[in-house]
Design a protein around this ligand. Structure first.
Ligand code: PLP
Length: 396
């Protein structure tokens, strides 16, 4: 997954353009920038690649989720349904706009279970936020039907699945809003950065203003701009945007490498009957950022994970015990310890998350996710496959 494996002269050239004129900020200083508007250029490229009308780049994936929620008017009193398996950023972004994250079970797609979503809807629900974890997607068609029936917003967190598709559409472009992260370990990286896409002119317009203190961006005198509403600073710097431009251009070749390496490993593991694979919803195509496998039981999954380590197979994750990605270890979020006071509504809503999510536990307890790197040679992938098989045979 990490795009940093492919850094080269392309990134250097884009960054040099910015350093040559010294304008590190995306707005203003028109006379000094020698025609370079890297953040704007990245937005055009992102919108085009993701077949969306609008793109807004911001300072992180967490910022993209925050800005997306605010742009859709989500705030105090609203509930956002999100999966138990994600990254803490989803939970944080929802709280930061004043809304309440409502956890919901996942299924064998390792993302939101549509039936569990239906059961979690209340009259406060405003958004359903599937998170396309580890390179594959939620059942978007079912989720969209539910959203349409209940007049809810569908916001895709595609931070870990950039380049995957569903129903021939890029992930992130199927819902009302889609978000990406360009942090250092993502498939497309610019150090720190993120982006959101939408076909809604209104959401795009809101996002554009909200991420820059509410500036209206009319005319070329920042000092004279008006501010139709409150905003914050989630701007992306020109330096980061420059790296992002070069990285996004590499996305399709990165995806091809991921698919190639994924396929070698998957074909090898397919020969072991006890190993099964995560379900990819019909019409979905993975980004191949991870290979996600199920072992028959939690006990065997733990053993397999340990055996991988002992056999020198790195970058395989047992998320069930991970305190960033799975709700079980989010002690600071479930019983929230917050520096600033959360609202009474949020505190009351969060109580709903204090229960066990047995279906999620049953799937995650059996799951191991192996990162697919793009820098591996074919020989290295084949050796990795043999080591994985050896490791699995030692415990099965
Ligand atoms: C990385 C990530 C984010 C947040 O992105 P940052 O750029 O690190 O803020 C959000 N959701 C998921 C699923 C992620 O993996």
């Amino acid at each position: 997954m990490p795009g940093f494996e492919l850094f080269g002269t392309e990134e250097q050239k884009e960054v040099q353009d910015v350093l040559d004129n010294g304008v590190l900020m995306r707005y203003g200083f028109d006379g000094n920038r020698n025609g370079h508007y890297k953040a704007l250029e990245l937005e055009k490229d992102l919108a085009e690649r993701m077949q969306s009308k609008y793109a807004q780049v911001v300072s992180s994936g967490t910022a993209a989720l925050t800005v997306a929620l605010a742009s859709a008017g989500v705030g105090s009193g609203d509930e956002v349904i999100m999966p138990t398996f994600t990254f803490v950023a989803s939970f944080e972004a929802i709280l930061s706009v004043g809304a309440t994250p409502i956890l919901c079970d996942i299924d064998d797609t390792l993302t939101l279970d549509p039936e569990a979503v239906k059961a979690a809807i209340t009259d406060k629900t405003k958004v359903v936020m599937p998170v396309h974890m580890c390179g594959s997607m939620a059942d978007l068609k079912k989720l969209k039907t539910i959203c349409d029936e209940h007049n809810l917003i569908l916001l895709e967190d595609a931070c870990q699945a950039i380049g995957g598709t569903y129903d021939n559409k890029p992930l992130g472009s199927y819902g009302d809003l889609g978000c990406f992260s360009f942090d250092y370990v993502k498939t497309v990286t610019c150090g720190e950065g993120g982006g959101l896409i939408t076909n809604s002119k209104q959401y795009a317009d809101h996002a554009h203003k909200y991420q820059d203190h509410g500036h209206d961006h009319i005319g070329n005198n920042r000092g004279a701009e008006t501010h139709p509403f409150l905003g914050y600073n989630y701007r992306l710097s020109e330096l980061n945007a420059a790296v992002g431009i070069a990285q996004l251009r590499k996305l399709d070749s990165t995806l091809a490498l991921q698919e190639k390496n994924y396929t070698i490993l998957r074909n090898a593991l397919s020969e072991i009957p006890e190993v099964t694979f995560r379900r990819v919803p019909e019409t979905g195509v993975e980004s191949y950022a991870f290979l996600n496998i199920f072992l028959p039981t939690e006990k065997l999954a733990k053993k397999a994970h340990t055996a991988f380590g002992e056999h020198g197979v790195d970058v395989c994750f047992y998320w069930y015990d991970n305190n960033w990605h799975y709700y079980r270890k989010w002690e600071h979020l479930l019983e929230p310890t917050s520096l600033n006071k959360l609202s009474q509504e949020q505190l009351a809503g969060l109580q709903k998350n204090n229960k066990s999510f047995d279906a999620s536990d049953a799937w995650m307890g059996r799951t191991i996710s192996c990162l697919i790197k793009v820098g591996w040679t074919e020989q290295e992938v084949k050796e990795r496959a043999s080591k994985m098989i050896e490791a699995l045979k030692s415990i099965l």
